[in-house]
Design a protein around this ligand. Sequence first.
Ligand code: FE2
Length: 371
Amino acid sequence: MERYITIRQPQHVQIGSGSAAQIGLWAADAQKVLVLTSKSTALLVEHLQLKQSAEIYSYVPAEPDDYALQAALEHAALHRPDVIIGLGGGSVMDIAKLVSVMWGGSQRLEEIIGADKVLKRFSKLALIPTTAGTGSEAGIRALVTNSKTQAKMAVESRLMCADLAILDPDLTLSVSPSLTAFTGIDAMAHCVEAFTNIRSHQMIDGYARMGFSAVGKYLGRVVADKSDSQARLGMMLASYYGGICLGPVNTAAGHALAYPLGTKLKLAHGLANALMFPHVLGFNQPVCPDKTNEVLSALGGAKTENSASAHKQAYDFCESLSIDMNLSNYGAQASHLRAWAEEAFAIRRLMDNNPREMTVDDIEQIYQNAL
Ligand SMILES: [Fe+2]
């Protein structure tokens, strides 16, 4: 029997070029607006056309840890906002979600790690992505790095569901071609890892198909020509669909293997995922050949019954986006790989989702092949 799932999405989603300006109307009655953003996205605040002066906090770092969260919380507690707007990539949106449910209460981060432990929300929440990749605006999960262990901690709560999400492709215009490629592969990885997941579901499969098909159609176009507005919107939607896939199904081995690369080599999340994507798709091919073929077809490849061919086609797709796919070029050495493989293997919340069991030896071999 198919398992029971719940899909939670933002109450309102506004989509289209220039739609970020609509937030002014939505927040018109707010007394105090706090915009959480990052150094690189703070300039985009002018797109919001807020009616009132807002407090702008632009210190959310990439891959935020508990200290970064604490700093944002202290700022929010001083300002006491009735509306919080997260304007940025996944890191910013995740921090905005957490701040909205933590700033006015006594629950500490350790008490809300896991599912459904959050008791209350203290501000209305709008999420506005400035990259097409994480899909954080669509979902109810937030990730923070543990500063002691460098492991990712996940908080999941329906109270972190946005009241409003805005998908405005104009906000991604200043993103570099390489970051566009990395974030686009992240969106695809969310869709593909949910699609081939042991916990996959036919409804989420539908969103996943829309997502990886859009990536196949639009990512190459937008990397080649950032003024291609149709492709830019297509990638925003792919990212959103990927975000929906993360809710009831989530990712699997691809993301688990990418995490040590992100923390040890300080690689962008999307790049780490791109480096692992072809290897994990090839590894999983024997247990989900039909779904693998659907993915390959959407990416412009050919159907195959062969794991090596699935790997090669996915690898070529990533290389066609000018991504350097050699792990050694980012500082990885053979002597690192065993410890990273053990670390990835221990991320059971994701590894247990993988359709084919992967041992520590298998993971080390994948890293070795990616060198
Ligand atoms: Fe991701």
